[in-house]
Design a protein around this ligand. Structure first.
Ligand code: RRO
Length: 314
């Protein structure tokens, strides 16, 4: 039998697959479906301090094998998600889940983290530094000095497990620069990658952009972004200190994609776009597919191949 469990910090998850923040995790109904599924954990929709409507519609467009979105952080506000995770934690104290927060200012992030710090929450916070879709707010993850400033202020008081959700980087120098910042902090994990920001999808018949916000620019997910996601997981895995686990996200449609993320160094793999298409039954399919690959190769656990990607120089 293959074992799909994984460990991050001192927490064990029964399955190394889960949802990616933003997809089918914005309300209690969605989250309860994740709890009832074989996913090893769930992450809640990125929260702001107060309820947000998000951007005007149409703000998401499905494509063959992918999607573009400019949701603009629609969410029920931190209290809603904190209340949910606290109740779930009381009901299932042996499970660890992720609470995503995405303030549009540093002050909002600090205020939310103070609230979480003062609560009984003992799961992981995923601090989203990479939302591409709030008009006028650049993705913080591309400003390395700002990331350092934010993490300095966060870790001055926050001492529960915390990770960051990063945007994709496209130059090896940028991998070096972000890793140098991240390695200076007691992060539990980094999650790489968020959607590939500010792509443009066009309807050639209508001669018009596919979504309304920001003149049609939006975050790209799905099969097209897998090479970028794998490069980021691998690039960070080679540079981050071993105490920082990597959650791999991007372009996961099947068990082979999960296998590849783990080969690149991911301890956990999140599924966004394709989970949106299939719903929670995807976790059974991916588990079956990953198990079959592992069994064929004689691997019993994900540690047998995690981070063991070969190059032509090995
Ligand atoms: O809500 C969004 O528009 C959104 C967010 Br916060 C994010 O982090 N990534 C994304 O593709 N969309």
């Amino acid at each position: 039998m293959t074992d799909l469990s994984t460990t991050i910090a001192d927490r064990t998850f029964s399955n190394c697959m889960m949802n990616a923040a933003g997809v089918r995790c914005a309300d209690e109904n969605d989250l309860n479906q994740l709890i009832a599924s074989p996913a090893g954990a769930y992450v809640t929709k990125s929260a702001t301090p107060n309820v947000r409507e998000g951007n005007p519609e149409p703000r998401m467009k499905s494509l063959p094998g992918g999607c573009i979105n400019s949701m603009g952080l629609p969410n029920h506000g931190l209290d809603y998600y904190l209340d949910f995770v606290l109740k779930d934690q009381a009901a299932r104290p042996d499970k660890t889940n992720l609470l995503s927060i995405a303030g549009t200012t540093l002050e909002d992030n600090l205020a939310m983290l103070h609230k979480v710090a003062d609560s009984d929450f003992n799961g992981f916070v995923e601090l989203n530094l990479s939302c591409p879709n709030v008009p006028g707010k650049p993705q913080v993850g591309y400003d390395f000095d700002r990331v350092r400033e934010i993490l300095t202020q966060v870790f001055a008081f926050y001492d529960k497990p915390l990770g960051v959700k990063l945007p994709p980087y496209f130059d090896l120098v940028h991998f070096d620069q972000i890793a140098a910042v991240l390695n200076d902090f007691p992060l539990t994990f980094v999650n790489s990658i968020n959607s590939v920001g500010n792509g443009l999808v066009i309807d050639p018949n209508a001669e018009r952009v596919a979504i309304k916000p920001k003149g049609g620019f939006g975050g790209i997910g799905g099969t097209f972004i897998k090479p970028t996601a794998l490069a980021n997981v691998r690039g960070l895995s080679l540079r981050l200190k071993p105490e920082i686990a990597i959650i791999g996200t991007g372009g996961v449609m099947n068990g082979t994609d999960v296998f590849e993320h783990i080969l690149c160094g991911a301890s956990m793999v999140q599924v966004g776009t394709q989970f949106g298409f299939e719903g929670t039954r995807i976790f059974k399919r991916l588990s079956k597919e990953l198990s079959a690959i592992m069994a064929a190769k004689g691997y019993q656990s994900i540690d047998d191949f995690k981070g063991k990607l070969k190059t032509f120089d090995d």
